[in-house]
Design a binder for this molecule. Structure first.
Ligand code: ZN
Length: 301
């Protein structure tokens, strides 16, 4: 068996199953102040598939370059597909799904696609160990208004913000919101890996899945069935682990991917680790560094 997992920052991973190379998201080319992840999209030599969790730039941007350079097939939402067509990725390299599909990636590996939820970026949130309450029953219109207010209030004169704005201008692909978030269950002869690139879910979907490993985004205000978590990020992550019951958990999206708007992973890892350790002491929480080539399914069965 040869199954390795490289974390490439934010919620991007590269999973290699024998000879099959699967990217999970494609955002590696970050602002200069962000720590390098060990690989740029221009350096990707081989990719067979790119699974995209949702259409925001910090997940999708880069997929078009990897697809063009390697011939990889992109799997994503209808919105992701629309944006990739705009980027002149050939139609034959695009597979769209709204969830409910099982897609064969090789003779021995397939992926199941599920509808998911994005984190509540329109809602109030604090540090990862702080409980957030309220913001329930907010309409679509009120959520959009809140997003506009939050975008307008970002201080542009802080050191590093000019680079952030230039970066965002370069990688914007004009998505309609997040384009519909998806979750993926990759099934291999050696075990299964669940991946989701934002902190939200439909609990009725997660509760019936039993992956060996769960790669879970730990960022922002968690979204449970369309409403914000009433509690901490650690409690949200514990809910996801409780629904999925994996043997092993890997966190993502908690690194310093766009300073100065983001911070290092330490505070989130500590807060989530404490909650998971308290509730699920038998589940292994892996603290992964970038580009480690970790044997992610070793010892799982
Ligand atoms: Zn997003």
């Amino acid at each position: 068996m040869s199954v390795t997992l490289d974390w490439l920052g934010c919620a991007t991973f590269c999973l290699t199953v024998d000879n099959l190379v699967i990217f999970l998201d494609a955002y590696m080319d970050r602002v200069p102040a962000a720590p390098p992840v060990g690989l740029t999209t221009a350096e990707v030599q081989r990719a067979d598939y790119i699974l995209v969790g949702h259409s925001h730039f910090d997940h999708l941007w880069g997929a078009e370059r990897i697809a063009r350079n390697t011939g990889a097939t992109i799997i994503g939402s209808h919105e992701t597909t629309r944006l990739m067509v705009n980027e002149e990725v050939p139609e034959e390299q695009l597979i769209f799904s709204a969830g409910g599909d099982r897609i064969q990636l090789s003779d021995r590996v397939s992926v199941r696609v599920y509808p998911s939820q994005h984190s509540c970026i329109w809602a109030g949130m604090g540090p990862p160990d702080q409980a957030c309450l309220g913001d329930l029953g907010v309409s679509w219109q009120e959520r959009q208004a809140s997003l506009r207010t939050r975008a307008g209030s970002r201080a542009s004169d802080r050191p590093g913000m000019a680079e952030v704005q230039a970066h965002r201008a370069a990688c914007t692909q004009h998505p309609r919101g997040e384009g519909g978030a998806l979750a993926y269950l990759i099934e291999t002869p050696y075990g299964s890996i669940f991946w989701k690139d934002t902190s939200g879910h439909w609990s009725g979907i997660l509760r019936d899945l039993r992956p060996d490993v769960a790669l879970l985004a730990a960022a922002g205000r968690g979204n449970i069935d369309g409403e914000p978590i009433q509690g901490t990020l650690g409690q949200f992550m514990a809910r996801e682990v409780d629904l999925l019951r994996p043997r092993r958990v890997v966190l993502s999206h908690h690194d310093n991917w766009m300073p100065p708007t983001t911070r290092g992973p330490e505070a989130t890892a500590a807060a989530v680790g404490e909650e998971l350790g308290r509730q699920f002491p038998h589940i292994e929480l892996l603290e992964m560094g970038y580009s480690e080539g970790y044997p992610i399914l070793q010892g799982i069965r």
